[in-house]
Ligand binder design. Sequence first.
Ligand code: NDP
Ligand code: OXD
Length: 323
Amino acid sequence: MTKKKGTLALLIHGGTENWSPARWKRRFDEACAGRPVWLATEGGGDPAGVHYAAVWKPLPGELAAFPNLKAIFNLGAGVDALMADKSLPKVPLVRVSVGDLTHRMTEYVTLHVLMHHRQELYLRDSQRVKRWQPKYQWPAGAITVGIMGLGTLGSDAAEVTARLGFRVTGWSNSPKQIDGVECFHGKAQLDAFLRRTDILVCLLPLTPDTRHILNRDLFAKLNRSGPMGAPVLINAGRGGLQNEADILSCLDDGTLGAVSLDVYATEPLPPDSPFWTHPKVVLTPHNAADTDPDEISKYVARQIKRFEAGETLENLVDTQRGY
Ligand code: NDP
Ligand code: OXD
């Protein structure tokens, strides 16, 4: 007689098309053939039968309801929502680190770096008012793109941006070596990193150390003598990394030339946020790099197979440091 497999519970609170719980359930049913998959947000199941949970933005306390949990799989790369749960069960926590997500983020970063470098805001405005007045276009090699966070996402974005001809620097917690990228690390080297940076890309996780790191003091240290005139911020990490009032006042007084934001302190972004209509803000609704249900359900199924075969789980979160 084959032993009944432990249930995989899905706890998904996204609210957008990509986070449709029913869609994720269909993919998990296929990928985890033979294992019960329970949409736990709909109730009705047996919490004691749950061995694994695959989650997106679970509510504090939701995971503590499963007494026999063996591992948690976060359906995204950032685990800040889980770190905020004081009752998080002490079982291995796995995050997403896969090529599909990485390539999506690198698309977002190159799109927005090129958009600011090629003066797209000015050119779209020119089209709107029928103005034939191209401005001097500097070469990519005259611009330094500084990437905060050189992990799975930041290191790939750095390599691709460098291949486009930009000078690329990066900043992380620990020392790194990446071909074609000048690497800085730790608090002591932050100012040196900022001083060179024309386009600042933030791909940091949100932790107690990084909360509100993107603030006026930091923006004031960015390079002001490059061909762009004023530096640009691109933040696709988390909204909690940024002081939003500082971003707005720095755009208004010229400390920042423009910003691309994918993430916000409050999501969905409230209708009365000034970001929606600010002429120097390029806004996207936290979709820089969506996790793909096909890819990720297979990734989780593969990891459960490894775990049950006694192998180590990949991409485990260090809950002490929070990422
Ligand atoms: P990783 O954990 O692979 O990388 C994190 C990087 O940040 C590491 O290089 C780490 O340094 C560095 N870091 C962390 N804390 C500090 C600190 N205090 N000072 C300096 N450097 C620090 O994460 P990923 O690259 O996979 O993802 C990064 C973030 O991107 C996620 O946490 C998530 O918030 C966000 N994200 C956003 C998405 C979107 O659609 N907008 C999609 C996916 C992710 P070290 O290497 O030395 O540890
Ligand atoms: C993630 C995200 O963390 O989508 O993967 O933001």
